[in-house]
Design a protein around this ligand. Structure first.
Ligand SMILES: [Zn+2]
Length: 392
């Protein structure tokens, strides 16, 4: 058994000062306030949060998740060093044959089980059934109208691991496809869409429960035609936010988080995350990163982000003014609920997975535990000393 004590423990019921958490067999087995029953690791007043859940990420650390199974694992390891302990692998619009192959990799990763890499929960299909007019950085050559037979191929290839799919609900056949996504055990998300408010409401009535990067890749909020943004905020579905200070103004994050429980911080990160500025390819399109902002080369179109979830959480607290328990819920508990894994992880609660993040006073990651094991990543990540601290 491992006991972490002397921390500021962020729980669904608020912050427990001088709190302790015990871990055994990969699960949280006990928690409380004050002196821990058995000693253990002294957190020294550092923050202890649940591991982050990223339901929208394409890559990071130089790895593009759609390049190969090894790259998928590399990107997951990169984000784990930044506190992400559960991941949906987001697949950008590509030819169906390519998506079928990538879904097979995800299925294999999920089947590999709960080792440190086993926290890939499933796939998020971001396309190909998106609106051309709001495609963002998705390759227009591969966009398709909703096609139930194509989707059936995806389901077959994924072996039950399609956990989410972004659909433009105004396209012909989209509402039937939402039903198919739900039947496959996935979450229907709406986005990359020019849908009107009425069209968005039809999708929500049909079972869509998530808005893909709210405010980005959709018509703007207008007082008489509020579109997806209005429908999502008014209906109370989960809303992804890319809180990097570029995709949305910090005040937008604050506004969305004004209603409890609905905000889902996502990175939408591409391989450039953690790599500095430069040029690279995403979904076959050239992307230039400068000042940490990824854009389609020669355009102003944002092409994913270089965000990590610890950065999103830090901004939520330090720039958006959210209480840490609200920001933590948006990075862990809310996304876990959004994709239906909250019975397994996403909060510091007895019985849930021991997915934990230790943050210092500046909310920088100093330790990550996934399934009860400290992250054993390359010390070159800069977190080597933190691991030494955690194991001391
Ligand atoms: Zn994306």
């Amino acid at each position: 058994m491992t006991v972490l004590h002397g921390g500021r423990v962020v729980t669904p019921d608020g912050v427990v000062e001088d709190g302790w958490v015990s871990v055994e067999g990969g699960r949280i087995t006990g928690m409380g306030r004050g002196p821990a029953p058995l000693g253990g690791v002294d957190l020294g007043g550092r923050w202890l949060l649940p591991g982050f859940v990223d339901v929208h990420v394409h890559g990071g650390g130089g790895y593009d998740m759609t390049a190969s199974p090894e790259d998928m694992a590399g990107a997951v390891a990169f984000h784990r060093r930044h506190g992400t302990t559960r991941t949906l692998v987001s697949l950008v619009t590509a030819p169906p044959d390519a998506l079928v192959e990538q879904l097979g990799w995800v299925a294999d990763a999920v089947a590999a089980g709960p080792d440190l890499n086993g926290h890939i929960v499933g796939a998020h299909l971001e396309g190909p059934f998106l609106a051309d007019s709001r495609r963002g950085a998705h390759n227009p050559v591969y966009l398709l109208m909703p096609d139930r037979q194509v989707f059936a191929r995806f389901v077959e290839a994924a072996h039950g691991t399609v956990r989410s799919m972004t659909i433009a609900p105004e396209l012909p056949g989209a509402i039937e496809l939402i039903g198919d996504v739900l039947d496959a055990g996935g979450v229907a998300a709406i986005g990359h869409s020019d849908a009107t408010y009425a069209e968005a409401c039809t999708a929500i009535d049909a079972g869509a429960t998530l808005a893909t990067h709210l405010f980005n890749g959709m018509r703007p909020l207008h007082r008489r035609e509020p579109g997806i943004i209005g429908a999502a905020l008014a209906s109370g579905i989960f809303c992804e936010v890319i809180n990097d200070g570029v995709h949305v103004h910090p005040a937008i994050t604050t506004l969305v988080a004004g209603a409890p429980g609905r905000t889902v911080l996502v990175t939408d990160a591409v391989r450039a995350a953690g790599m500095g500025d430069g040029e690279f390819f995403v979904g076959g399109l050239q992307v230039r990163v400068s000042n940490g902002q990824a854009r389609l080369a020669g355009t102003d179109t944002l092409a994913g982000s270089s965000l990590t979830l610890d950065g999103a959480l830090r901004r939520a607290v330090q720039e958006c003014g959210l209480p840490i328990e609200v920001a933590s819920a948006a990075a862990s508990g809310n996304p876990a609920r959004a994709i239906g894994i909250d019975n397994d992880c996403g909060a510091i609660v007895v019985g849930l997975a021991a997915d934990l993040v230790v943050l210092d006073q500046d909310l920088m990651v100093v330790g990550v535990m996934a399934g009860g094991q400290w992250d054993a990543s390359d010390p070159a990540s800069g977190l080597g000393p933190a691991r030494a601290w955690a194991q001391a």
